[in-house]
Each structure stands twice: as structure tokens, then as C-alpha cells.
Write a protein that binds this ligand. Structure first.
Ligand code: CMC
Length: 442
């Protein structure tokens, strides 16, 4: 609790180490506000009023540039040092030693599973991959060229109508089964969306395959009786899912938490996450990177393109991050994974343009002074393309990986006694008390 202390800024205010002393120069009153975890509670400012009718002081923070919206133990990022950890484990170790389903378990449960727990978890997710035939039918109802991310968004939201018990979010057992279903069915919906776009029959899941292998099968199986994914590509895709699994309070996770705070079912909350991820400044960025690289066409055109970016004509997609002011650790891992994939598929000619862009940008004062480094999306699109995915599928792949993070954050939110329905304040800038004028008199 904060306290009000009478007196001026420097007079008579009791100082203790973990507080902030604030003087309201409108009234001359001083206040002592507790600091906890390097943070003050915005609500503690409400007591700062000019008079009794005053609503109290608020903070203005569009885009949450400096406001923590929750306490979270899921993901740690140090943007200045380029550190990313899931539940305390460095992303580099997880990408090298773990698997996506193990990482999903870690994110959601908070601990790495034992062998038996991982076996059971994998079995559960692998055997819930099928969707109701009606889901397939309504996916077929989309226009032939529907964007797969739009289809995924609708598909995930629609799952709530197939599992109405999902509304009972306070019931841990019911919650658990929805979590399994979400992780299991996301790749199925994503693959259906892809096949729809190609005018190809949908492929049912193959529960003998790994999470990534089954997804590749549902995408690319043609007439073979049994699809056998290339283990190197299967592994690369699994690593990409790990790298995308969580990223603390990003735009889509905030959307999941915000929508979930209304206590709606998890499918609807995840649909909000997919919607947020669809945007070009978030999950759509890797698609935008590929389009940008294609437009640049050759290495020789890179300097002119960079000049255009510096002149403010456009952004260098795949560069810059709200949190990382250093090389995104995921981009480093992806660069290595890209080389492994290219050993199988042959080099993507756009890679040369990307490398040249990175080289020039990292030497240029415009990017250096603004701390703009490659982010996760700069190289991921190149791998996805090498794997045979069209650009429209890139945010869909991001969504599959991010589902585990959204779930972990959603769970944390609904179990957090401090969380209530999300409801920001506003600074009202419109007119007041206007007299309605009939349409004929306007
Ligand atoms: N190209 C050129 N200039 C840039 C870029 C860029 N990619 N990103 C930021 N800047 C400049 C920006 O113009 C501004 O310059 P000034 O101070 O002169 O006005 C300065 O850098 C700060 O930019 P900002 O827009 O205030 O930064 P932000 O934190 O609001 O935006 C961002 C972060 C990721 C939206 C932005 O860097 C961007 O648009 N990047 C390109 C899109 C992209 O790659 N997005 C993927 C993000 S990573 C995956 C994910 O989280 O979804």
C-alpha cells in the first residue's frame, strides 16, 4: 500500500529504500509509493488527486512500452544481452537437446518431464490429432484462394463449438483435455488450410509419425502409402517450433491473455492469438521478408534498397524488435538450421541477398545506432521456403509453435489470483454533451 505524506518534495517525507517519493506540484502534496520488482503499481498513483472529485492520476502508455501487465514465470528475455530462456532453460540448449513436445510440456507444466511423463504426453497429443469431419467440411467451404492463416483463425475458433465443455475453464481436468486437443489439432488444421489452397485432398494424421513428421506428411503426402519425412527436415521443423514456442508478453500472447481474461474458452482465446499473429508486424513478418527479398532480386540491388529504408520509404523486414536491442538469439540458431536444411534441399538463392542485407545493415550507422538486428523472422522464411512452403504458410507455422506458449500463458493467467478482466483506461479526447441534430438539419 502506498501512503500520502504531507509536505514538500524534500521536507518531512519518510525515506525507505524501496519506495518512490512523488510530489504533486499542483497541490504540493507528497506521496511515497512502494517499489517492488523494480516496478510501481499504477493503481498507487490513483490516490494522487487535486480534489475529492478528481478521478486520480493515471499513467498513459499506448502499446505498453513500459507497463508490465502480469507476473509471469514462463519466459525470460534480456533484450540488451540477447538472452531467451523458457522456464529458466536457455533457448540454445533446448533447441539443441530437446524436442518441441518436450518444450511444450516444459512451458505448460513448468518442469521438464520425466521419461514416463513425456511418453504419456506424446501419446496423448499424438492420438488427438484428428478433427471432427464437420471441421473438415467447413474448411472446405472457404474460397479456393483463402489465406491459410485466415482459415486457421476460423478453424481454431470453431473448435470451441465442437467442445462446449471447454467453457468450464475452472475445471483442471477439462482444461487439460482442451490443451491436448489444441496442441494436437493445430497442425491438422494448418495442413488442411494448406491443402485447400493447393486444391489437394486433405490428408488425415498419421499417428506413427513424430509431431513435425506428421505435419510434413499432412502437407506433402501425395499417393505413397506411407509418408516418410526426411529426418533432417523433420528435425529442422521441430527446432523452428521450439524457437517460436514462446516469447513472453508479445502482441499475440497479450491478445490471448486479454481475451482469455473474459474467461472465454481456450479455443476462442487462441483464435485471438492467431489473429494477432496474422499481422505483418508480428507473425506475418517472415512472409514480408520473403516478398522483400524477391523484390530486391539480386545482391547488387541491396545498397539501393538499404538507402530507401534509411530514407524512410519502407522498413527492412525481419530487422528490429521491441525487446531485443541485440542479435535475436533465435535468429542465430535459425541461421545454423538454415544451412542444415539447405544441405538437403539445395541453397535458396535468396539467402545470398539476405546475407548481404545483414552485412550491409550491421555496418550502417542507421541500423547500428537504432540497435536494429536480424530478428527471428529474417531467416525463418528462407527455411520454410526450402521446406516447400508458400509464403502464406509462414505465419501458420509460427502459430503452430506458439500454441504451446499461448497455452502456458493462458493457464498462468487464469490461475493468477491477481488477474481480472483486462480493461485499460483511456484519455478521452472527444466532444461532450452535444445536442443531437436530426438528419435533415445537419
Ligand atoms: N527497418 C527500418 N527502420 C526500423 C525498423 C526496420 N525494420 N525497425 C525499426 N526501425 C526504426 C524506426 O523507424 C525508428 O526510427 P526513428 O527513431 O528514426 O523513428 C526506430 O527504428 C525505432 O522503431 P520503432 O518502430 O519505434 O520500434 P518498435 O519497437 O515500435 O517496433 C518492430 C518493433 C518489430 C515492429 C519494428 O522493428 C519493425 O517494424 N520491424 C520490421 C517488422 C518485423 O521484422 N517484425 C518482426 C518482429 S519479430 C517477430 C515477432 O515478434 O512477431
Amino acid at each position: 500500500m502506498s501512503t500520502e505524506t504531507a509536505g514538500s518534495a524534500d521536507g518531512g517525507v519518510a525515506q525507505s529504500s524501496n519506495t518512490l517519493s512523488v510530489t504533486d506540484n499542483r497541490t504540493g502534496r507528497s506521496y511515497e509509493i512502494p517499489i517492488e520488482d523494480e516496478t510501481i503499481r499504477s493503481i498507487d498513483l490513483r490516490q494522487i488527486r487535486v480534489n475529492d472529485d478528481d478521478f486520480g492520476l493515471m499513467t498513459y502508455d499506448p502499446a505498453f512500452m513500459n507497463t508490465a501487465s502480469c507476473r509471469s514465470a514462463v519466459t525470460y528475455i534480456d533484450g540488451d544481452k540477447g538472452i531467451l530462456e523458457y522456464r529458466g532453460y536457455p533457448i540454445e540448449q533446448l533447441a539443441e537437446k530437446s524436442s518441441y513436445l518436450e518444450v511444450a510440456y516444459l512451458l505448460i507444466h513448468g518442469e521438464l518431464p520425466t521419461e514416463a511423463q513425456l511418453k504419456e504426453w506424446t501419446f496423448q497429443i499424438t492420438t488427438h490429432t484428428f478433427v471432427h469431419e464437420n471441421v473438415k467440411e467447413f474448411m472446405q467451404g472457404f474460397r479456393y484462394d483463402a489465406h491459410p492463416m485466415g482459415m486457421l483463425l476460423a478453424g481454431v475458433g470453431a473448435l470451441s463449438t465442437f467442445y462446449p465443455e471447454a467453457q468450464q475453464i475452472k475445471d483442471p481436468e477439462l482444461r487439460y483435455i482442451q490443451i491436448i486437443r489444441l496442441l494436437a489439432k493445430m497442425p491438422t488444421l494448418a495442413a488442411f488450410a494448406y491443402r485447400h489452397n493447393r486444391g489437394m485432398p486433405y490428408v488425415y494424421p498419421d499417428n506413427d509419425l513424430s509431431y513435425a513428421g506428421n505435419f510434413l506428411g499432412m502437407l506433402f503426402k501425395i499417393a505413397e502409402l506411407k509418408y516418410q519425412p526426411d529426418p533432417r527436415l523433420e528435425h529442422a521443423l521441430d527446432v523452428l517450433f521450439i524457437l517460436h514456442a514462446d516469447h513472453e508478453q508479445n502482441c499475440s500472447t497479450s491478445a490471448v491473455r486479454g481475451v482469455g481474461s473474459s474467461q472465454v474458452d481456450p479455443y476462442s482465446s487462441m483464435a485471438a492469438g492467431v489473429a494477432a499473429l496474422y499481422g505483418p508486424l508480428h507473425g506475418g513478418a517472415n512472409e514480408a521478408v520473403l516478398r522483400m527479398l524477391r523484390r530486391i532480386e539480386t545482391k547488387d540491388n541491396v545498397p539501393a534498397f538499404v538507402e530507401g529504408v534509411k530514407a524512410g520509404n519502407e522498413r527492412l523486414m525481419g530487422f528490429g524488435h521491441r525487446v531485443y536491442k541485440n542479435y535475436d538469439p533465435r535468429a542465430k540458431i535459425i541461421r545454423t538450421a538454415a544451412n542444415e536444411v539447405f544441405e538437403v534441399t539445395g541453397t535458396n538463392p535468396l539467402l545470398d541477398i539476405a546475407l548481404e542485407l545483414e552485412r550491409i545493415a550491421l555496418e550502417d550507422d542507421y541500423f547500428v545506432s537504432r540497435k536494429l538486428y536480424p530478428n527471428v523472422d529474417f531467416y525463418s522464411g528462407l527455411i520454410y521456403e526450402a521446406l516447400g512452403m508458400p509464403a502464406e504458410m509462414f505465419p501458420v507455422l509460427f502459430a503452430i509453435g506458439r500454441t504451446s506458449g499461448w497455452i502456458a500463458q493462458w493457464l498462468e493467467m487464469i490461475e493468477d489470483p491477481e488477474q481480472r478482466i483486462s480493461r485499460p483506461r483511456q484519455i478521452y479526447t472527444g466532444g461532450r454533451g452535444r445536442e443531437y441534430v436530426g438528419i435533415g438539419q445537419r
